[in-house]
Design a protein around this ligand. Structure first.
Ligand code: CP
Length: 309
């Protein structure tokens, strides 16, 4: 685990170790002593080719809490606008001593290309790749579920929304499968039904009432309009909300102690109502806090065990 591109590359022991370490950081309110700041003197670059609020800020905060110097490379203001390739940008940063690269990109397979080209001492972490992978979101979602449920095996997790275009759903399903979750239910209209070969341990329905029945955790997903526009498609928001938007009435089908999650950014009134987003079952803000702890756990583990510096 010198790099992290896909959650499916981890095994249960490693995920358990990350969950335990993240719990430790949470117990410290994500603030550690100087001696635990394992990234002192280490330079880390956040390079995002798609917009982000949570992931970018969360990596920045996590890395800084561990003592790292963080560079945020903003494509619009970088020499990329003068024709430099991304690989040349990375090589330039490597020459300055940067060893951690946190990259988000819309193109499937791009991170693998970067991995082939980066230096031996560098670490690459996927911060969101196309509709394919968002491993740290998957890990923080696992942490959030673990904090509310006694185990992963005996629970039903329902993921609702635009699953076809969702890297969050893919990574979470990979993580849940590794942790042995018995029931993973995907709910979407058929136009958002994913290629089920990527979800071998899950079932799919277009009926939200069936999907929500007895769910212990429900994950609402944003309709990824930016990717749908690329596909020359669109949705009727009102109709979609009626059929797939989470409301108190629909949530009543779940187990009493259901938790409601959303990776953000939310589109209130489309995939989730205000009453659910801000209601007693919502753990959406906890997910954000857990994201810092999990990214601290990941960076610490890589640095402690797999880094040459
Ligand atoms: N969950 C998530 O990836 O959010 P951002 O796009 O704001 O990073």
């Amino acid at each position: 685990m010198k790099h992290l591109l896909y959650l499916r590359d981890l095994n249960k022991d490693l995920i358990d170790e990350l969950l335990e370490s993240a719990e430790y950081f949470l117990s410290k309110k994500n603030n550690v002593s100087m001696t635990e700041q394992i990234l002192q003197g280490i330079d880390l670059a956040n390079i995002f080719f798609e917009p982000s609020t949570r992931t970018r800020s969360s990596f920045q905060i996590a890395a800084r809490k561990l003592g790292s110097n963080v560079l945020n490379i903003d494509e619009e203001h970088s020499s990329r606008t003068k024709g430099e390739t991304i690989i040349d940008t990375i090589k330039t940063l490597e020459a300055m001593g940067v060893t951690y690269f946190i990259i988000r990109h819309k193109e499937q397979g791009f991170l693998e290309t970067v991995l082939e080209k980066i230096g031996e001492d560098s670490h690459l972490i996927n911060a969101g790749e196309s509709s394919v992978s968002h491993p740290t979101q998957g890990l923080l979602d696992l942490l959030t579920i673990k904090r509310h449920k006694s185990n992963f095996q005996d629970i039903k997790v329902t993921i609702v929304g635009d699953i076809k275009h969702s890297r969050v759903a893919r990574s979470l399903a990979e993580g849940l499968s590794i942790m042995g979750t018995g029931q993973i239910s995907l709910v979407s209209p058929n136009e958002f039904k994913p290629d089920m070969s990527h979800y071998q341990n899950a079932d799919h329905t277009d009926d939200l009432a069936i999907g929500l029945k007895q769910a212990d955790a429900v994950v609402a997903l944003r309709v990824q309009k930016e990717r749908i526009q690329e596909l020359n498609n669109d949705i009727d928001s009102g109709h979609y909300f009626e059929a797939y938007g989470l409301t108190d009435e629909k949530i009543a089908n779940c187990n009493d102690r259901v938790i409601v999650m959303h990776p953000g950014p939310m589109n209130r009134g489309i995939e989730i109502s205000n009453e659910v987003a801000d209601g007693p079952h919502s753990v959406i803000n906890e997910q954000v806090t857990n994201g810092i702890a999990m990214r601290m756990a990941l960076l610490s583990l890589i640095q402690r065990r797999y880094s040459s510096s």
